[in-house]
Each structure stands twice: as C-alpha cells, then as structure tokens.
Design a protein around this ligand. Structure first.
Ligand SMILES: *Cc1c(COP(=O)(O)O)cnc(C)c1O
Length: 395
C-alpha cells in the first residue's frame, strides 16, 4: 500500500480513493460472491478482501502510518482475533489493569482455558516492561486509558519491548489517529473500536487492526477462521465518517479542554482527569506523543453529590454507554463499562461510584457547560427526582 506524506486532515478526506470509481466517492459493492475468473485474487467477505473492506483498510493504514490493516465487525472482534493470532498455549501476555472492560473479561475468562498466561500491571511503560518473562510474547496497552485517562509512554514501551523481542499492541480507540499514531512511535499493532470515534455518529459497530505486512498475514490467517468480518454497507458508512474524523476530533478536543479547565474551577467538582491538564500525572508524556489531548475526560463530584442524580439532571448531555459520537454522552463507569470488574479491583483502580466519564461531542461548548452547571446545581439542591435505573450487566 502506498503512503503519502500528507497531513492527517488531508488523509482523512482522501485516503482510500478507489481509482476504478468514476465518481468523487467510492461505490458500494455489496456482493458476497464474485466471478473468480475475472480477478487474480478470490474475493469473499470473510477473506477480508472485498472492495469496501479494502478501501477502509487503506484509509486506516494511511492514517495510522501502518503497512496494512484489517477491518472487523466490532472492536472486540479485532482485539480477540489479534490476541489469539499472537498467543499460543504456554505463552504469556502483560496488560495494564486499566483496560477496556471487554478486553479485561476476554483475558480473565478465556485465557486460562486456552493455556495462555497473563499478568496485569499498573498503567505505565515501566511496570508493563518489568512484568515480562521469558515466555512473554505480547505487551498490551491503552493510552489514554479508560476511565482515568492514564498515559503510557509509547516510545519507551516500544523500545523496551523490541529489545526483548516482544510484540506491542496498543488500543488507540480513545486517541484516534488524529491525536496519536502509536506505530510511528514504534508500536507493532494498533487496534480500534471503530464503533466510537471512527464512526462518530453512534450508529454502527466496527473494529480494526493496523500493523506491518508480516503481522497482518498472521492476523488474517486467524481472522479468516474466526469470521469477524464487516459488511460493505458498514464499511461505506465508516469510509464516509472517516472523511470528517479530523474536524470532528479537533472540535471534540477543543471542547474537552475547555470543559476540563472549567470543571477544575468548580467547587462542586473534587477532581478532574484529563491528560491536557498540567497537573495530570501523564501530562508531559501526553504532550510529547499526542498532537491533541482527546475528547474524553472524567471527574468526581464533591462528597455528598450523587453521580446518578447528576446524570439524571442533565438535559443536553445524554447518559449513554458508548463514546466518541458527535453528541456528548456521559456514564458512571462503576455502573457500566467496569461493572463486570470485581469490586475490590475497581476500588483499587479508583473507579468508584462518584466517578463520571464524559465523552465530549461537537456541540457549542458554552451550552455543554451550562448543562453541566445546571445539573450540578440541581443535584446539590436535591431537586432531582429519585429514579434508579438498573444498568444491564455489560462489559
Ligand atoms: C468500546 C471499546 C472496545 C470494544 O469495541 P466494540 O466495538 O464494542 O467491540 C475496545 N476498546 C475500547 C477502548 C473501547 O472503548
């Protein structure tokens, strides 16, 4: 695949243009059966090689600075297929404790039966590297991490792992290639839940793995067997969404920065977690490896203020499980994304019920702040009607 030295803004719009298309946009090719006499390669959706799959794979490879990429039906399909392609019985993987709940559950619930050893560590490159053993094959990181936005030094991790001949995998869902390109820092594989920012409109499920030609072949072998492929229509929607990725994410980052600063000034807010705040422990590293600090932030309300009342009092910002959409959404991670985690582990990580996670959208930032302020005021005055919603046991 060819790589232009173009900016992320330009690549978002132009990468993946199919030369055969006579229009300005690429065609949708929904076929699952193709004339094999006409093509050198046999095309089939589960071979991950149909025209619309290839277009999105090319977009993402160029944006992430990867040689190749594969597109999947969900982030978890990309994560599970990739990990299972790299690990065999007797192998060991190191992961950070602060991890997407589904990935955490995949490892804890499935890897013992597969004979794959694992170690969870604190969320930084030193601990991740220190936990390796002679049979360690993979180090897995997320930065910024969910939900406290801890930062891992990508270059230090990549260099340390390479010396030990260990493959590094980074989930880049939160940062997107607009804020950070781990492969350019030496990381081997970048994974995405495209359900989030890449889609950006909260209307589809998608995943991706971006890497070298060599590792691509290894992941593809497994992917063909596991069948987590994505259909042409979803590929087209992702292709369309990626064209506005740079402008969306830029606006989300600007809004998040303003909201993080404003929250830091509020008496009713105890603590704000945003890597763009100078007192965030990961600020220096984030500033060196990210072009912008992302659209995700978390905060805790002052003691005595109920996060559930706060969510209920919001009028514009929507309580919703997912993230990365053009609309601002909010969750209480202890009750949603990290609900499946054992209580003790969750408390140790600092994810208590007062922690609120905000995915900042592209709305007018003053109106977002006004909504937060009125919701805090109503929470403090106790005027929110009590309504407890049981959130289903999601990952
Ligand atoms: C949502 C998410 C996933 C899982 O993606 P799905 O598309 O829901 O399968 C993985 N990693 C992170 C960081 C996520 O936010």
């Amino acid at each position: 695949m060819k790589h232009h030295q173009r900016s992320q803004e330009t690549l978002s719009v132009h990468a993946g243009k199919d030369d055969r298309s006579i229009g300005v946009v690429n065609a949708i090719e929904p076929s699952s059966a193709f004339h094999y006499f006409d093509e050198q390669t046999q095309l089939y959706p589960r071979y991950f090689n149909t025209p619309n799959q290839r277009i999105v794979a090319e977009q993402l490879a160029q944006l992430e600075g990867a040689e190749a990429s594969l597109v999947f039906a969900s982030g978890m399909a990309a994560i599970s297929t990739t990990l299972l392609s790299l690990l065999a019985p007797g192998d060991h993987i190191v992961l950070q404790e602060a991890l997407y709940g589904g990935t955490d559950a995949l490892v804890r619930r499935e890897f013992d039966a597969l004979g794959i050893e694992y170690t969870f560590t604190d969320c930084n490159e030193r601990e991740l590297l220190a936990a390796t053993k002679p049979n360690t094959k993979v180090i897995y990181a997320e930065t910024p991490a969910n939900p406290l936005l801890e930062i891992v030094d990508l270059q230090a991790l990549a260099e340390g792992a390479r010396r030990k001949q260990i493959i590094t995998v980074v989930d880049n869902t939160f940062a997107t290639p607009i804020c950070q390109t781990p492969i350019r820092s030496g990381i081997d594989i970048v994974l995405h839940s495209g359900t989030k920012y890449l889609s950006g409109h909260s209307d589809l499920s998608f995943g991706a793995a971006c890497t070298s030609e060599l590792l691509y072949k290894r992941i593809l072998d497994k992917a063909v067997l596991h069948g987590g492929n994505v259909n042409a229509l979803t590929c087209y929607l992702i292709e369309r969404s990626i064209k506005t990725l740079a402008v969306r994410v830029q606006r989300q980052c600007e809004n998040a920065t303003q909201i993080a600063h404003a929250l830091s000034e509020m008496d009713s807010v105890e603590k704000v977690y945003y890597p763009g705040l100078k007192r965030h422990p990961g600020y220096e590293i984030a500033a060196s490896q990210m072009s912008q600090f992302g659209g995700m932030l978390s905060f805790t309300l002052a003691e005595g203020l109920s996060s559930q009342d706060f969510l209920q009092a919001l009028e514009l910002i929507t309580p919703a499980m997912s993230l990365g959409g053009v609309e601002s959404t909010v969750t209480v991670p202890a009750l949603t994304s990290h609900k499946a985690m054992p209580d003790e582990q969750r408390r140790e990580l600092g994810i208590h019920e007062g922690l609120v996670r905000l995915s900042v959208g592209i709305e007018n930032v003053s109106e977002l702040l006004a909504d937060i302020t009125q919701a805090i005021d109503r929470t403090r005055s106790g005027s929110v009607p009590k309504r407890r919603v049981q959130v289903f046991d999601a990952l």
